[in-house]
Design a protein around this ligand. Structure first.
Ligand SMILES: [Zn+2]
Length: 394
């Protein structure tokens, strides 16, 4: 099996493994800042503090993916986990050793799901830890005042994504970058165009990409396109939302080639090609994105009467459907942590963690990310050049 994976992916020796990921917003995405009203909308979204461009923070990605990995695992193993009494009675001086000794009631369907610690995984391994003040050795069975368990500290999710207990804090083996916008849809008189910048394109690290291609525009207002927007013009003006900007045709072959490579690597259907892309100056990108966000007005419903609350109209901004993001995930193999604290053993292998992420990402397409997912926000397709093409349909 490991030979298969090696053939599929010749980055096998990288440690940490760097997985480039792309995401497509199939709904507007709302990740709120937590309640301040600034300017024109009530509910504002998270932005990069330096560029002021909206983004999906790595912490949101880590939180949701943790939850989806637990869902994906439990769906398969919940009736296969051995009883706790049997685990306690088995040989071994640590819980880790005991978990390796005791048998599953029935074997899980995939290798990574059979990670020994998953024998005690619970839904409460996701979300905030209900019992951070317990010792790790008590964590699998301790509960809070309401009888809720917390992070077990032993399953592939607790080991992979990290946990913190009274006697030990573990940062995990998987690290998520922010997802930054690389192609952003804007309505123009020539139809929908997707804007990006040279420096954003340079952030993307794929094989066969010339990372030096393209340079920042000298002219602060000039945009570049790759094909004529109208029959008889090679220079002209285009409106990007309410901004009206000059453009010219760019013939930089390596830049074109890079964009083609990126589009090929997206692995989801997009409704645009090279001719629909407009490169805008960095100084204008944030401006254009921020003035073309989706703004929606909603009504708060009184949960008791079921009617609209008086004065409860509120507005929310969101990243529009069709936006494409880029980011990366770093995964450390257990061999980096040789000589680690006995209590943390065994750790999952890099390959098991990669498979866990790959097998659980389909939940983004149904449950989504961020807020207002019950109002039609948040669904996302996430892919990677490293991952197999077919999506799981479950
Ligand atoms: Zn756990």
């Amino acid at each position: 099996m490991s030979e298969n994976t090696q053939a599929k992916n010749n980055n096998q020796e990288q440690n940490p493994e760097n997985i480039e990921i792309f995401a497509l917003a199939t709904d507007p995405i709302y990740i709120g800042t937590g309640g301040y009203t600034i300017g024109r909308v009530d509910n504002t979204i998270v932005r990069d503090p330096i560029t002021n461009v909206p983004k999906i923070p790595g912490s949101s990605l880590a939180g949701t993916w943790r939850y989806y990995t637990v869902l994906e695992t439990l769906k398969d193993i919940k009736d296969k986990q051995p009883d706790w009494d049997e685990i306690k009675a088995s040989e071994g001086s640590t819980i880790g050793e005991k978990l390796e000794k005791v048998d599953w009631k029935e074997n899980p369907s995939e290798g990574w799901k059979a990670f020994p610690g998953n024998k005690i995984m619970k839904i409460t391994c996701a979300g905030q830890d209900n019992i951070p003040q317990e010792e790790l050795s008590n964590a699998p069975f301790a509960t809070d005042r309401d009888g809720k368990t917390g992070h077990c500290g032993h399953c592939i999710v607790c080991k992979g994504f990290g946990f913190s207990k009274k006697d030990i804090s573990w940062q995990g083996q998987i690290f998520f970058s922010d997802l930054n916008i690389i192609f952003f849809p804007v309505f123009t008189i020539k139809g929908t165009k997707w804007i990006t910048t040279v420096s954003r394109l340079k952030e993307i690290k794929l094989r066969d990409i010339d990372s030096k291609a393209g340079k920042e525009q000298d002219d602060e207002n000039l945009c570049f396109v790759f094909e004529k927007l109208a029959e008889d013009e090679s220079v002209g003006h285009i409106n990007l939302g309410w901004l009206y900007l000059p453009y010219k045709i760019e013939n930089n072959e390596s830049l074109k080639n890079n964009i083609q490579k990126i589009l090929e690597n997206l692995k989801f259907q997009v409704s645009f090609s090279l001719k629909d892309i407009i490169i805008v100056p960095d100084s204008l990108f944030s401006h254009i994105v921020n003035s073309n966000l989706e703004v929606r007005t909603s009504v708060s419903i009184d949960p008791i009467t079921g009617a609209a609350k008086e004065g409860a109209l509120f507005t929310s901004e969101a990243i529009p459907r069709g936006t494409i993001f880029y980011g990366n995930i770093r995964i450390f193999d257990k061999k980096v942590f040789e000589g680690i604290e006995e209590k943390l053993k065994p750790l999952p292998e890099k390959k098991q963690l990669c498979e866990a992420l790959e097998n659980s990402r389909h939940y983004y397409e149904t449950l989504g990310i961020g807020g207002m997912t019950t109002r039609g926000f948040g669904r996302l397709k996430i892919t990677s050049p490293n991952w197999k093409e077919e999506d799981k349909n479950e």
